[in-house]
Write a protein that binds this ligand. Sequence first.
Ligand code: PNS
Length: 170
Amino acid sequence: MKKAIYPGSFDPVTLGHLDIIRRSSKLVDHLIVGVLNNSGKSPLFSVDERVNMLKEVTSDLDNVEILSFSGLLVDFARKHEVQTIIRGLRAVTDFEYELAMSQTNRVAAPEVDTIFLNTSLKYAYLSSSIVKEMAMYGGDISKFVPKLIVDKVYDKYNTAGEISTLKGED
Ligand code: PNS
């Protein structure tokens, strides 16, 4: 059985992440989406919230499992007997960090390989940080995150009211 892990912070999951999850799920028999539980990062959403949001937006994908992990990614991979890590590459600016991370992981666990999927062009600019910045100031994030997630992000910033006011003016 071909298995892979798609790891990330997913704070929150974006349409770019979802695109990579959908495409990866077609390449392997079983895809684990690994949600990093890293206390050092002070995320907007708790790890349980991030896991639950990912479960909701992937509920139609039978071979996708959402799990959280803490500590090293390679330990998580070994625990689940997975030897393939999938990461999305948006632009050349991602490359240096991603290469260093994949090489570090390879030194730590030579049996684990990283493969990169290029992000679909329409999501090439997108990141969770951009989504949070937009939401914080009441911007429209409906083109950036799955429908089910939009209000959950606004709720964190109490900006949903501003959006409905703007919509009401149309
Ligand atoms: O979505 P992100 O924040 O870019 O994902 C980064 C992630 C979770 C893949 C990376 O930070 C990670 O694997 N963290 C776990 C700790 C680890 O294994 N670090 C060593 C690799 S340099």
